[in-house]
Design a protein around this ligand. Sequence first.
Ligand code: AQP
Length: 332
Amino acid sequence: MTRVFSGIKPTGHLTLGNYLGAVRRWAEVEQYETEALFCVVDLHALTVEHDPARVRRLSRQAASLLLAAGLDPALCTVFVQSHVDEHTRLSYLLECTATDGELRRMIQYKEKSARARVSGDGVRFSLLSYPVLMAADILAYRADEVPVGDDQTQHVELTRDLAVRFNQRYGHTFTVPKATRPPVAARVMDLQDPLSKMGKSHEAGAGIVYLLDDADVVRKKIMRAVTDSGREVAYDREDRPGVANLLEILAACENGDPGELAGAYESYGALKKDTAEAVVELLRPLRKRHAALAADPGYVDGVLREGAERARGMARPVVDSAYRAMGLLPVG
Ligand code: AQP
């Protein structure tokens, strides 16, 4: 059976981008069709300025939202990265496999390190090495596929390169994984700045729809989305990014096609109204289940404990064999 691994960083409140680009597919497809592991990758949240109490709170909230989105612990493994030591054990071996040059080429590193420099925060070394930890997250489970939004494909490419290099140098140890993406909404854009990705760690603003926003807030944000100067509703990502973003969001909600949907609208106002209602309806059950789960943190903690145990059992032998392959002396 195909094995799947994917993760979400507790760097902010989960957004519509996270849901349409990743989590919805995990819940609707992957957990049924594959052997799937889904992880709150909390160590990745430490690569930038963070408040420890907030990271803790957001980690539990992210786990609750994954369950509220429909992940079923009887079908898949849901856990927190820092609960399974194998990720950091393997990360070091992969640091000894990766090169400084290939890490400095990562687009996210270039963007985030530039932002950190401008704001006067130092650039943490872990920001550079973060894609190696991500590679360890995936390779420790010998995952075949990594369902992600577009922004993560470069990191999955690096993971593939590291797996191939390690296998060639030290003997076959890792499965070489591939990224998979959703058919639409692989990159949901900020509603106020449709040239930038809707990101949960970005400064909170009117352009980001959070999964836990009230229905009226969602409506307001979508109705105020920046569109383009034209009037005709056309699906054109290059020239009409704002409208294209709305069409993609609507298409994702309705399992439709953005190009075909464009033909059904004569005004931006009508498109915004339908998109807002579609998003509100899509998120309604999730918000309801989340409210119930938030009232029962003991249940969520139990799921994470069992998930970590299962994950550890899967990762341990793989990481142990990587240690041996690289020449480390086993405990006598
Ligand atoms: N806007 C998006 N559209 C489609 N997919 C998205 N994903 C994230 N944003 C979008 C996908 O969601 C999964 C988890 O994402 P993440 O936690 O790694 O990234 P984030 O929400 O983008 O969080 P940050 O902290 O704001 O990340 P940076 O600043 O690194 O972009 C992934 O599968 C991702 O592709």
